[in-house]
Write a protein that binds this ligand. Structure first.
Ligand code: UD1
Ligand code: UDP
Length: 392
């Protein structure tokens, strides 16, 4: 008898958030004996990615080591497409999993499509409706949707975007976001503030966690964000800003020039995932333009002011647990002032829960993949899908 052929799945990641969001899914996939999993890292990020690999104890099977300081999008995309093509030729998986909307995800999906390898898109269907915001991610995720076989939409909002674009309903599985699965692996262990942060801040002060890195904010908008931070510490003498700064030199140059030294502003190196989440849990407020951070904060009842023009993650904004504030200095300061004075914010979030996921997204994805592999439609009923229950 011929030996039983395993389902060969490759997954590709390149940046910090892709690795965090793929980690729980990889864990679930490797637990299935009939699946052989192969992890490709493009190395689009280096130190920020390695922090995640080391935290989740992940070793990629291959690393394309694509990061170069300040390379532009076409240079990166071309190198990623080339590298992925060679790998896919060599390994010919039955399915390639990509996550989100980065250049790695786009190039990976395109390379698989060219080689007629089915693509599974984790976090499919997010849309801001504006190709410039976020740039280039809105275009990347729309392009990925055009050649995806299995669309793992995190929420019904995302599912509806795909349906509106004419995507075959039987290819869409509503799973919740795997970022919440990742959080559940650590949320019980997260208790204390990380030692370095605790030593830097005054313990009875309120903590504001800041992150900012978006390409469309480089230059003026990022300067405005920095001016808002300077003004917030001037206005409130009981707040401490903790700002783990992205490794991108385009971000660093502006931030270091625009925020003068201040004893209550702590610009620090990127925190590892555990320490970042621990800091988030202790924060009174988060100011961020990050996608993942918007999805994580509701779990801890921490309000987020989203410093962007648009968000493709309206689920939290719609239930008033985060707010879209743009990048205008005065507006950020006004909204931060309001949020810091709103004692009901945290209660509101505690009542609603996290609208992005319930910690079971990876299980749903694996189950859908197995159903698809057996030749059936990977359908999940509404009861089996992730449906966010709004409060009364
Ligand atoms: C990328 C993604 C973005 C995602 C973000 C997560 C694209 C187009 N953008 O943006 O969608 O939200 O990652 O953080 O895919 N760098 C380092 N070390 C690192 C990481 C980055 O030095 O560990 C520096 C390098 O100089 C690199 C630059 O940052 O060239 C930019 O990195 P890149 O991946 O091109 O874009 P991001 O802005 O990080
Ligand atoms: N994160 C981290 N350390 C940090 C900042 C962020 O581990 O210093 C994590 C965070 O918990 C979230 C993810 O990185 O899961 C978000 O990544 P990023 O903001 O770089 O990308 P985006 O989500 O905007 O694509």
């Amino acid at each position: 008898m011929a030996p039983h052929k395993k389902l060969k799945i490759s997954a590709v990641v390149g940046t910090r958030p892709e690795a965090i969001k793929m980690a729980p899914l990889l864990q679930c996939l490797t637990a299935v004996p009939d699946i052989e999993t192969h992890l490709i890292s493009t190395g689009q990020h280096r130190s920020q990615l390695d922090q995640v690999f080391s935290f989740f104890n992940i070793t990629p099977d291959i690393d394309l080591e694509l990061m170069k300081e300040n390379q532009n999008l076409n240079q990166l995309a071309a190198r990623a497409l080339n590298g992925m093509d060679a790998l896919l030729e060599e390994t010919s998986p039955d399915l390639l999993l990509v996550q989100g909307d980065t250049t790695t995800a786009f190039a990976g999906a395109l390379a698989a499509f060219h080689r007629e390898i089915p693509v599974g898109h984790v976090e499919a269907g997010l849309r801001s409706g504006d190709l410039q915001n976020p740039f280039p991610e809105e275009a990347n995720r729309k392009l990925i949707s055009t050649f995806t076989t299995l669309n793992f939409a995190p929420t019904y909002v995302a599912r509806n975007h795909l349906l509106a674009e004419g995507v075959d309903p039987s290819s869409i599985i509503t799973t919740g976001n795997t970022v919440v699965d990742a959080l559940y692996t650590i949320s019980n262990k997260v208790t204390e503030l990380p030692k370095d942060v605790a030593q830097a801040v005054i313990s009875n002060h309120r903590l504001i966690l800041v992150t900012a890195h978006r390409r469309e904010s480089w230059g003026e908008p990022l300067k405005n964000i920095c001016s808002a931070i300077n003004e917030i510490v001037r206005r409130f003498d009981d707040v401490e800003i903790v700002f783990p700064i992205h490794k991108n030199p385009k971000v660093r140059d502006v931030v270091f020039k625009s925020i003068p030294e201040h004893k209550r502003i702590h610009i620090i190196e990127p925190l590892d995932y555990f320490d970042f989440i621990s800091t988030m849990k202790h924060a009174s407020l988060v100011l961020s333009d990050s996608g993942g951070v918007q999805e994580e904060a509701p779990t801890f009842g921490v309000p987020v002011l989203v410093m962007r023009k648009t968000t493709e993650r309206p689920e939290a904004v719609n239930i008033n647990v985060s707010k879209l504030v743009g990048t205008d200095t005065d507006e950020i300061v006004t909204q931060a002032t309001a949020a810091l004075s709103d004692s009901k914010f945290a209660d509101r979030i505690a009542r609603t829960g996290n609208p992005f996921g319930d910690g079971h997204a990876s299980e749903r994805i694996v189950s859908a993949i197995l159903t698809w592999h057996s030749g059936k439609t990977p359908y999940l009923s509404e009861r089996e899908s992730f449906v966010f229950n709004k409060p009364e």
